[in-house]
Design a binder for this molecule. Structure first.
Ligand SMILES: [Zn+2]
Length: 270
């Protein structure tokens, strides 16, 4: 029972804003890294308690955020310039994909530190369906025949995951307090500061919920893998990314007749 755990930073409880927490030069970056790694350890412990035999943890935050020294020794750490980038080392040898520390996609009301890849993206859509970073990962997993079993992060993200992959076990560790109309004419800088209000669980409470959810997800996977469903989208693939602010009008396209993974890597230029 091999689990690929994809991680991000902005959806972790106690990570308050981008400027002070999410950049290597941020004054609270080391604290943010420790908070992320402790949430990962809670998930790893839950996965093993549920019956996992191997957990590979991928550091998906742009500049990297996991503190390996604090990582549960049963886990393996994955980070690098994957070639191509997507799907971040995921392959058919895994039984499930899981996501932790994740934020909702750009334009989501009542989410926190909301973005898709970076704050310049107004919207990313695949065959007409707007998706975020989670959607990218689970559509890659779908192509490889791997279910998405667990999704932890902020509340709006948990709802995004439930809608996209019914059956996934979700855990919400904070709740964004601000509306969002897409901020079409905001600059990326302005958007990075537009969604900073949230109500957080304490880190200790977040970790308890994450451990319980991770254990349940693996138990359900062993019980009946078919209860985890993928997004109902099919080839040919057409991905459209619209860049903020929209009055500058940049729109990027990538297409592939057969492979979503190939289309996504074309979009990211790799
Ligand atoms: Zn992200």
């Amino acid at each position: 029972m091999r689990i690929h755990l994809m991680t991000d930073l902005e959806g972790v409880a106690g990570v308050v804003n981008h400027y002070d927490y999410c950049r290597p030069e941020s004054r609270y970056y080391e604290q943010a890294r420790a908070l992320l790694t402790a949430e990962i350890n809670a998930a790893v412990d839950g996965f093993f308690a549920g019956g996992a035999t191997d957990v590979v943890v991928c550091d998906g935050h742009g500049p990297g955020a996991i503190n390996c020294e604090l990582l549960d020794e049963r886990a393996k750490f994955s980070r690098g310039h994957y070639s191509p980038i997507f799907p971040f080392g995921l392959d058919e040898g895994f039984d499930a994909v899981a996501i932790l520390g994740q934020h909702a996609k750009s334009g989501t009301p009542y989410s926190h530190l909301t973005h898709t890849g970076n704050f310049s993206v107004y919207d990313l859509s695949v065959n007409g369906l707007s998706i975020g970073e989670y959607g990218n990962m689970v559509l890659c997993a779908k192509e490889l025949g791997i279910p998405a079993i667990f999704a932890a992060g902020e509340k709006a993200f948990a709802e995004e995951a439930e809608a996209l992959t019914p059956g996934v076990v979700t855990v919400a560790v904070k709740r964004g307090l601000l509306p969002d109309d897409g901020h079409a004419y905001a600059t990326p800088e302005e958007y990075s500061k537009a969604k900073l209000s949230a109500e957080h669980l304490t880190p200790a409470a977040a970790r308890k919920k994450i451990r319980a959810g991770a254990k349940l997800a693996v138990e359900r996977l062993k019980d009946n893998p078919k209860q985890f469903r993928h997004p109902d989208l099919k080839a040919p693939w057409h991905i459209i990314r619209r860049i903020r602010p929209l009055n500058i009008g940049r729109i990027q396209h990538a297409k592939d007749d057969k492979s979503f993974i190939a289309a996504l890597n074309k979009l990211y230029g790799c």
